[in-house]
Design a protein around this ligand. Sequence first.
Ligand code: SF4
Ligand code: SF4
Length: 512
Amino acid sequence: MIQKTGLVVFVTAFALFSVLPFLGSYRLERTTVAQEVKAEHHSVMTELLEPMYDREYPSNIAFIRDFQRYFSGYNDRMKTEQRWDEVIWDNYAFPLTKAAAVGPVQKRPMGYFLASVLLAVIGALLYIIPLYRNQPPGVKNDGIQYSSMTSRGLLGIVTGSWLIIFYIALYWFPEYLTNLVIMVDPISLALSGNPASQWFLYGLVYTLAILVMGVRMFRKYKGNAYQTIRTASVMFFQLSFAFLIPELLVLLNKPWHDFKNIWPLDYSFFFDYRLDGMLASGTLGLFMLFWGILLIVIGVPIFTYFYGKRWYCSWVCGCGGLAETLGDPYRQLSDKSLMAWKIERYMVHGVLVFAVVMTAITLANYFTQFQLLRDATDQVHSIYGFLIGAAFAGVVGTGFYPLMGNRVWCRFGCPLAAYLGIVQRFKSRFRITTNGGQCISCGNCSTYCEMGIDVRWYAQRGQAIVRASCVGCGVCASVCPRGVLKLENKSENGRTEEAPIMIGNHSVSIKP
Ligand code: SF4
Ligand code: SF4
């Protein structure tokens, strides 16, 4: 009964969240344009949007369509006439749509926040807390293959499609989400003193998703110390380091900074505006720069040597945090084929090379006062940001949870995971040991490995697992009915076997 109530509350609140962007009307005032656009664009923009003033638009779709007509029309004309200095590169669609919104959400933002986001959280918790109560000890994923949500059924496809649309709007068309952003304005003002952007909305919803689904992990793995502490760790790092501390830094007039985000995952760390921002922020800014470099050159190798890449991917990282909580119901959808393993190695190391080359030319340009490549690096940043930062990490990385599993980004695209993986593979004390004699070949471990590792293959042979991609989530060990698998950080000696692993018809030595 409690679960059914929770489900109804969650679905109702979620439906409200989904329709909120389309509520209310829009009215643009001449004074709004003057407030929202840069001084150098005042006169052009004020004139350009003349036909829109004092008109009542019944929806954001109608408002944005008109705005794009006048704004893009002007820019297209300038480009055709090759008057490049007069092209307006700033995107004013989001701030002007937000400022022009009039309607119920703008009048009662907190009311709508409570009725959509907070009720969704309460409904989800009511559903989650009684879960797994009557489940026999040791059984974690009973009936998962019969659920439409977790076996690429209709519910999974609908959920994936919703996530993909949300991410596309978030990255490229935030003007369609203005009501949702207005709804969280009071929270943003209280935390940082600034009105909310789409990124504040995203950070808040992302953090709540990790916290709520983290509670589900506590229920699912109750009694399992490794899973409980690991989940508490990702919840803590997301709430404090990724959400609250950066907002408080902004309140203190310092640059927004996530101290646990490491280059090359934080691919813009060495971009000129970030370096200038840190260098202009006094001692704290210098500490941010020093800390970031320390993590790259000392933190990653040392921690990965002692603990494997799990110290970051499964205990600290925000992407990993979402994958291990919101994404947990989908971990069995990862592709276990040898072809996927092959593609994974090319892709993830390819992105790492892209990030390293981009950063190297960016720094070279920076230290030569942009004499070397002028603004060519900006084009490279845009390409990387579009392809890797937005399309891969966001749209595919999360939107494809219900279709391709929860670690698509970590496995195929994350350049930091590639760096950590190289250290883990060749110079680390971490391994998963297997007690082959006890294995009954049930295949649970392989099924629930989110990184697509065929764990059973190693267990049957009693071989230790030292794969670069293993994020040390420990779920293979948690779902093994025979206690075959152990995550260990022992001496490096004897970590890898003399015997080669056979892949297809080729033998590959696994000696480091
Ligand atoms: S091998 Fe085990 S610990 Fe490693 S990623 Fe797969 S399930 Fe997680
Ligand atoms: S290692 Fe455990 S989970 Fe994996 S196949 Fe063997 S008995 Fe099953």
